[in-house]
Design a protein around this ligand. Structure first.
Ligand code: 8GT
Length: 122
């Protein structure tokens, strides 16, 4: 998963399409790691595929496992900085959100720990 910041300290959230797992909820860019791919390479690839953004200052923040009724997921969270946030092209609705306002955006259950990791990282 990618916590993508703009130059104003805001984070990019994408609204998941209805019909997908956790549909209708706000989420970080990201997705499944492909065979033979590292977690870091997957983060860079997913950010680009979902937003067309290229970022710098990549940092590994940590890992977290979460079990939904139908799946067990392992998340690896990275942060990065987007130097040209206005260039974001997203298929789904997206918002740049202040960290303090994240609670206003309903997110998947697994994300509470990811948001806590962000708070710890500062
Ligand atoms: N992208 C993303 N997925 C999340 C977040 N939180 C969370 O629980 N998930 C779950 O993580 C799983 C993987 O995400 P994804 O569905 O976007 O991955 P993907 O695009 O590779 O899968 P797909 O091609 O099957 O749709 C999904 O079950 C999704 O609901 C989040 O903040 N961002």
């Amino acid at each position: 998963m990618v916590a993508a910041f703009n130059g104003c300290g805001q984070l990019l959230l994408l609204k998941r399409d209805q019909g997908r797992h956790c549909g209708g909820l706000w989420s970080f860019p990201g997705g499944k790691i492909e065979a033979g791919e590292s977690a870091g390479a997957a983060a860079v690839r997913e950010l680009y595929e979902e937003t067309a953004l290229v970022a710098t200052d990549w940092r590994l923040l940590g890992s977290h496992t979460f079990t939904y009724p139908d799946r067990h997921l392992v998340f690896t969270l990275f942060s990065c900085r987007c130097t040209d946030p206005d260039a974001a092209i997203c298929e789904s609705e997206h918002r740049w959100v202040e960290s303090a306002a994240l609670a206003d955006f309903p997110m998947p259950e697994a994300n509470s720990v990811l948001v806590a990791m962000l708070a710890v990282a500062g």
